[in-house]
Design a protein around this ligand. Sequence first.
Ligand code: GAR
Length: 211
Amino acid sequence: MLRVGVCVSGGGTNLQAIIDRVQDGTLANVSLEVVVSNNRKAYALERARQNGIPAVALPPKDFESREEFHQAFLELLDSYKLDLIVLAGFLVILPPQMFPKYKNRVINIHPSLIPSFCGTGYYGLKVHEAALARGVKVTGATVHFVDEGTDSGPILLQKAVEVRPDDTPESLQRRVMEEAEWILLPRAIELIAAGRVQVKDGKAYIREEDK
Ligand code: GAR
């Protein structure tokens, strides 16, 4: 069993996609141990509760300093003895001391084709606003391993999505989720659970399925 923790900040549609794949048996070797949010009001926490997954809110403002928040966040994750941490719309920079301990054990979904429209300040709807402002004809989503940088770790999966002339940031966000994110993130977990992913020299490689 791959013990997975999911970190969320908002609605949790990516979390829901993972829950759905656990429930339909696609992620048969995965157990969702905990969902953690910096935002007490995140609907993602409600999704976790509805599905019997421990849901924990850890708002940074409840702590006197960033260091204390980081320590509590790490202690919480450590206590669940996780094999993999999935950032599914988690809009908090991870504590630097998570690395190297969790090196190649944290993945993130980003709503563009990295290295386009990523890094500091590019999150959520802002990513799609920037893609439309630049006039790209294709965008998409990326699952990557998380390192000390922002959106800079080894790329595991990417999927392209067409931009339409009449797209708004909202319509593009929705299509990127439907056509890319909700497929890629569970798939990444499935590949990791199957032991098919290897990271070497800053790149992720996927081994062919055993015949
Ligand atoms: C998703 O589009 C995800 O890719 C994005 O936040 C959204 C969360 O939606 N993440 C980032 O922008 C990270 N840089 P959700 O809460 O419905 O899964």
